[in-house]
Design a protein. Structure first.
Lengths: 288, 319, 398
């Protein structure tokens, strides 16, 4: 029983972070209808951005993640404006492989610029945990989860209360109608994409606080990210957060009954089953 | 179609001549073999990607099944890979069918994601099932010297006719599917699934058949790869980037749905890989794949709506 | 008579002059270096390159290959993944005309590459340690390190020995390993050694290399009640495991399985918590202080074991070519097999030499135990190789 609750605690905490890195992907799909295979590379980019902020400005990555957001937003918006916009109406094959190309370029650009070695940060709380009875609550995970919550609330507020949030939602629903009301779809796409990549980059910054970064760090999270998003419903922001927590819990609990080696296998099986029986995910609307 | 088949025949003849005339233990012959393997893989993908219009990113699953089935049968029971190949194809065909049943209804990117996950699931399974596959340490095809019955040779040269045969086989299958009744139905499904359904086409059945055939053929390519390389492990044969995505790329660069597409794709991609590796190996790490990625982006942007459209205009409509 | 001596003198001078003519004119002997220079294991490939280049400096300083009167030239081929290996080897042999190859860190790449070198009849020396490398009955592959299962065995045996000497014998062991060939093979060695020592293994789990969360692993360690942990990891996973153990105040002695535990980044990542962490290693720089100092001066960090080992492998191959007096790969192969080289980089390996048995496996090397002390890694066991005493639970051990 103790093991179960401990696993639950760990799963929820780490799941919150999964949610934040996946929410960007969900947003991009929801608004632009594109599955961005390069999304995990923005996470890697966010990790590097936070690392440099830590190294040269002394910022804790949880704060430096804001800088990551800005970098992710900027580069994402540019990528959308100059590359992705061109395949907005192209067949899926083109969209997929354009983003695959971007993935390859980003990973190897990072290798060229930063080298292959792993970089980590050292923070005072990295090896601390809170002890609640027989349970350990990892402080870095807790802090990361806290930031994930903050950002989720912030995102919700932006989407619900600001003009740009409304414009994004309107364009997602019906670009032409939104256009009639004066919303420039191209601008919205650019901002929405940037927001999506920025959020994932932000998540990367948070993750850096307890992990390490190298040019291939993105690959670790790719399928996980997609599972989260499909679980929560491609296009649903709230769904991504919940999906993240769900994936975290599944991963964690599965280790109690199965060898850790196959924890991702369990995820994939669930992933495929979901796509088969409920492709809109737990919270998504009609499948696109 | 005749024109395309003639091109295939010419390419096959050229490859055979090259194989016969070049140093059988040399580099160029090996590159020719790599191109033939790549073209065959791309052509298999083309069946699903081109005809059924489903972007599969999980073909490594079938490739790996083929490679491991024939190798395990050989290691444990001494069965020749010629038979092992057929066993692998049968298993892969069934697996392909089974995975397609739930996923074929998915559209575009959803299907791509599902197949990607499936390929990865197979890789993890192969890594974990140490008793069956030898686990992450991989297995080696035992070297018995030059042997036609066991499909293995010291140099790359003797493989050429076998690989040419493979490519011709896969291409002929593609041509038959594409221009036969099944192809007609697949194209109808692709044009407008709803209309086809209304006209009584069993769109699902049609896609499933294409999928099973593609899977079986991919497994055969996998077997030949294992015989060519001698060493396989789950990360090599079930690899999402170097097998699955590459298979799709080969077909895409050449032209999705086009019979001669994979030839062009294979030549371009293998040449690029070898040239970049040969000249940029000791330069700044990462330059070679970076250039590759940039070229991919350039290719996609140069003909964004057109990667399929080119193929469409080149293919003759059935009368 | 006078004329004859003048003739003899002229002939002598002419011959003398002619011998000078041949020395620089011979084409350099090319040796291929097959390592990952891009991709996720590129750090190791770059370290290897650094080591081989340093070894080349010494070879050049000694005049290259004297018996052939030729220089040595390195040709690099980047193999980020095993599927690039076969074509790269073929290219090195057929296009670049290398007479031998050293490489390539990752065992699966070495396995794939050695299939081609065997068939083409070109010798290859590696430091990769998957058991299969030397158990295929191949004649052209040589391994300067011990087998993975041997390394795993020693990892266990040394730890048990030290614990006993410290008066705190091990009663329960936990084995944790990443699920690639490296981790799996070494774990088998650990397991077998534990069985032989009759020490129960209370946890025996593999995990995916790209694991994103180490908590389940550490929870299991805690629950198992083990008093010694053997994690076989690369860097990122090692970092997460050790940090999480510290978070949960798990103060169990940890014996790493090489790879992630003996890279400079480990110290950078864990800071003070690196102190006292043990690892098994195939070699360590403190056995070659002069070379290590040059390396550090040049690259700013301590010399990784692969740099030392591939430097040694390379120098062994060059010496073999010199002894064979030939560019024929078959003759070079025979010379490599016969040669026992105990100077240069080879002296820095445990055992002090590079030499091979009939299967191509090292006949003299043995794994060593290393421990982090401050910024450095010191060899602490076995006693004949130790440069400092091991510290167990904070106390020096005799």
């Amino acid at each position: 029983m103790i093991a179960f609750i401990q696993a639950l605690i760990d799963g929820v905490l780490v799941g919150g972070v999964y949610g934040v890195i996946a929410v960007g992907l969900s947003l991009v799909f929801g608004v632009l209808g594109i599955v961005n295979f390069a999304q995990a590379e923005f996470m890697m980019m966010g990790m590097y951005a936070a690392w440099f902020a830590w190294r040269y400005l002394g910022l804790d990555p949880l704060i430096g993640a804001v800088f990551s957001f800005l970098v992710g937003f900027g580069i994402g918006a540019l990528a959308q404006r100059f590359l992705i916009q061109r395949v907005m109406n192209a067949p899926h094959v083109s969209q997929i492989f354009l983003t695959v190309g971007i993935l390859i370029v980003m990973e190897n650009a990072a290798l060229l610029l930063f080298g292959a070695d792993f970089r980590t940060v050292q923070t005072p709380y990295q090896t601390q945990s809170l002890q609640l009875g027989p349970f350990f609550v990892s402080v870095p995970y807790l802090a990361a989860f806290g930031m994930a919550l903050v950002v989720s609330v912030a995102l919700w507020l932006v989407m619900a209360r600001t003009w740009i949030g409304r414009a994004i939602r309107a364009t997602a629903q019906n670009a032409m109608a939104a256009g009639i009301f004066g919303v420039d779809a191209k601008r919205v796409y650019m901002v929405a994409f940037g927001l999506g990549t920025g959020l994932t980059a932000f998540g990367g910054g948070i993750i850096l606080s307890y992990s390490s970064v190298s040019p291939t760090s993105g690959a670790q999270y790719v399928v996980l990210m997609f599972t989260v998003v499909v679980l929560g419903g491609l296009g649903s922001v709230m769904g991504a957060i919940i999906g993240g927590v769900a994936v975290g819990i599944i991963q964690s609990l599965s280790t109690l009954v199965m060898p850790i080696q196959v924890q991702n296998l369990a995820l994939f099986v669930i992933f495929i089953a979901l796509l088969t029986f409920r492709p809109q995910g737990l919270l998504g609307g009609a499948s696109r | 179609m005749t024109r395309s088949l003639i091109i295939i025949a010419v390419v096959a003849a050229l490859a055979l001549v090259a194989g016969a005339m070049l140093d059988p233990r040399g580099y160029v012959v090996r590159v020719v073999c790599l191109m033939l393997l790549a073209a065959s893989l791309g052509q298999c993908w083309n069946i699903v990607g081109g005809l059924a219009n489903q972007i599969s990113l999980g073909h490594a699953a079938f490739f790996g099944i083929g490679a491991y089935t024939s190798t395990i049968l050989q290691l444990r029971y001494g069965i020749s890979p010629w038979f092992g190949m057929l066993a692998g194809a049968a298993i892969a065909g069934v697996v392909g069918l089974l995975i397609s049943i739930p996923t074929m209804r998915l559209k575009g990117s959803y299907f791509a994601l599902a197949t990607l996950a499936f390929g990865e699931a197979c890789r993890i399974f192969a890594t974990a099932a140490t008793g069956l596959t030898g686990g992450p340490q991989g297995v080696s095809v035992p070297f018995l010297g030059n042997s036609w019955t066991m499909m293995q040779f010291r140099g790359a040269g003797p493989y050429v006719p076998i690989l040419v045969g493979l490519f011709v086989l896969v291409s002929v299958v593609f041509a038959i599917l594409s221009h036969g009744r099944l192809g007609y139905l697949l194209r109808a499904t692709r044009e407008s699934e709803d209309a086809a359904e209304a006209a009584g086409v069993n769109t699902l059945g049609v896609k499933l058949t294409g999928s099973a055939i593609s899977a079986a053929l991919t497994a055969i390519v996998g077997t030949m790869f294992a015989q060519f390389n001698f060493f396989i492990d789950p990360d090599i044969v079930f690899n999402p980037t170097s097998i699955s995505i590459r298979a799709a790329l080969i077909a895409i660069v050449g032209g999705v749905g086009v019979l001669t597409g994979p030839i062009f794709g294979a030549v371009v991609i293998v040449t690029m890989e070898e040239v970049l590796s040969a000249y940029l190996s000791n330069q700044a790490a990462g330059i070679a794949p970076l250039i590759f990625g940039m070229m991919l982006i350039a290719i996609v942007l140069w003909k964004p709506a057109g990667l399929s459209a080119i193929s469409f205009s080149m293919r003759r409509m059935p009368s | 008579m006078f004329g004859k001596s003048i003739l003899a003198a002229v002939a002598g001078i002419a011959a003398f002059g002619a011998s000078f003519e041949y020395a620089p004119a011979a084409e350099p002997v090319k040796i291929g270096v097959l390592v990952p220079l891009s991709g996720s294991t590129s750090q190791f490939g770059i370290n290897t390159r650094n080591g081989v280049e340093l070894a080349l400096e010494d070879i050049k300083a000694a005049g290259g290959i004297k018996s052939l009167g030729a220089d040595v030239e390195l040709v690099y081929a980047d193999v980020p993944a095993p599927n690039a290996a076969a074509a790269a080897v073929q290219r090195l042999v057929s296009q670049d005309k290398v007479v031998g190859i050293v490489g390539s860190f990752v065992s699966s790449t070495t396995l794939a590459a050695s299939e081609v070198t065997e068939r083409l009849g070109v010798p290859m020396i590696t430091h990769s340690f998957a058991d299969q490398i030397t158990s295929r009955g191949y004649k052209y592959i040589f391994q300067v390190s011990n087998k993975a299962s041997t390394i795993g065995q020693k990892q266990f045996d040394y730890a048990v020995e030290i614990a006993k000497r410290a008066g705190k014998p091990i009663t329960k062991a936990a084995i944790l390993y990443e699920d690639t060939a490296y981790g799996t093979a070494q774990a088998k060695g650990l397991r077998d050694a534990a069985a032989a020592a009759k020490i129960p293994v209370v946890l025996d789990e593999s995990y995916p290399l790209n694991v994103t969360d180490a908590s389940p692993l550490v929870n299991k360690i805690r629950a198992s009640g083990a008093d010694l942990v053997f994690p076989v990891s690369y860097f990122n996973d090692a970092l997460m495991i050790i940090r999480t153990m510290k978070q949960q105040k798990l103060d169990i002695p940890t014996v790493g399985g090489a790879a992630g535990y003996i890279v400079p980044d480990f110290k950078k990542g864990l800071g003070e918590f690196t102190e006292g962490v043990f690892s098994i290693a195939p070699a360590n720089y403190d056995n070659a202080p002069a070379i290590a100092a040059r390396y550090k001066a040049k690259h700013g960090m301590f010399m990784a074991h692969e740099a030392l080992m591939y430097g040694a492998a390379f120098q062994h191959m060059v010496k073999a070519i010199d002894e064979a007096k030939s560019r024929d790969p078959d003759k070079i192969r025979d010379a490599i097999a016969k040669l026992k080289k105990c100077d240069g980089f080879s002296a820095g390996l445990p055992g002090g030499c590079t030499a091979f048995d009939a299967n191509g496996l090292t006949s003299v090397a043995f794994p060593i135990f290393v421990q982090w002390k401050g910024e450095d890694i010191a060899t602490v066991y076995p006693p004949e190789a130790a440069k400092a005493p091991p510290v167990w639970h904070g106390k020096d051990v005799k």
